[in-house]
Design a protein around this ligand. Sequence first.
Ligand SMILES: Cc1cc2nc3c(=O)[nH]c(=O)nc-3n(C[C@H](O)[C@H](O)[C@H](O)COP(=O)(O)OP(=O)(O)OC[C@H]3O[C@@H](n4cnc5c(N)ncnc54)[C@H](O)[C@@H]3O)c2cc1C
Length: 387
Amino acid sequence: MRHYDIILAGGGAAGLSLAYHLSQSALRETSILIIDREVKRHNDHTWCSWLHGPEPFDEIAYRTWDQLAFIGPDLERGFEKIFDLAPYRYRMVRGFDFYRFTRETLCAAPAVDFLRGKVERVVDAPDHAEVHVNAQTYTADWVFDSRYDPANYRPLTRRYHYLIQHFLGWEIETPLPAFDPHVPRMFDFRTPQDGAMRFIYVLPYSPRRALVEYTLFSPSLLPQAEYEAALRGYLADVLGLTDYRIVDEEQDLIPMTEHPSARRAGRRVMNIGTRGGRVKASTGYAFHRIQQDSAAIVASLRRHGHPFDVPTPPRRYRLFDAILLEVLAARGDLGAPLFTALFQNNPIQRIFRFLDEEDGLGGNLQLLASLPPGPFIAAWLRLARRR
Ligand SMILES: Cc1cc2nc3c(=O)[nH]c(=O)nc-3n(C[C@H](O)[C@H](O)[C@H](O)COP(=O)(O)OP(=O)(O)OC[C@H]3O[C@@H](n4cnc5c(N)ncnc54)[C@H](O)[C@@H]3O)c2cc1C
């Protein structure tokens, strides 16, 4: 039975980020075992974040943009704007580069081991925790658990919402220039809504290459053919593209729920990543929140000798998430007009501060006042009645 200071059950974004943050801190001598059921070498994610100031993983950014476009549902009467992001930037890190870079960094650290295997059980004890994998038992002072299986996850939906952000993205190459490589499209609502919030997300890598993603916020998945038809329709009808080659594909789902996730899963076990509630319920973004969480865990370990002293945002942000999810669950058709009002009436920097849960009450009120109140008040009343 081998003992480590720390075991990471799951070595994806959260597990590897925590190990990386430890390796860059005064705790770099910590012995760490990183267990994942996969060998992470493929490009299974493209992680984008709006950021300001230097951040971990800047050196492996695949693309960084200074502008973002928002395009509302109806171009004739609708709203379309290219936002300058300064002091923010929109940064993309590819899974492929993240896994390679963290593995190289961690292999050079004094006491980091990798193990491939499916973690079967994590057992908490007063002064250590056990991890059962590959018919072996490993022990550690602290176990950080990021195992997560969306297929088996169901929150208490009578009290909490559970929508999913589901998407199919095609990285396409065109024979002629078709994209402005300086301007990603964060939301392009020019796709039929059919009662749910649906939009196209475009990350342009060059004039002839882009990731074009059909995304929905809704309760359930679509038949595969519908994602493909929507992408083909957008490329042909909106971008006028029929001649292109699909060079890569990204398809997955992200949970959108305000269900509180237990951070502390025992005396010696802490949940991190999606399992630890790091996905922002109303957007599905998590990568930057995972970096903030990793830094906070390392700071807590240094200060107190335990990892649990991590900040929690003001409670009102969970209420805002719950209200938006209630609106989208009950009236998915309102998603496009509400997001249009949000981007039409606010500087993008205020929206970012709100979504990062960093703005004060004054900024929150300004943002809320820019939105049509009816759907939100109705959603709030429904929520209050249900809870
Ligand atoms: C396709 C996709 C794109 C995304 N894009 C963005 C984005 O642009 N920006 C953003 O902020 N967020 C994004 N997200 C959301 C979020 O950042 C990611 O889901 C992020 O990967 C969550 O980190 P995690 O460590 O919790 O999960 P993961 O990165 O999935 O890591 C969990 C790891 O646990 C392993 N595992 C699971 N069960 C076991 C087991 N029993 N034993 C051993 N190993 C196990 C898995 O193999 C996996 O490697 C995206 C999510 C997806 C799915």
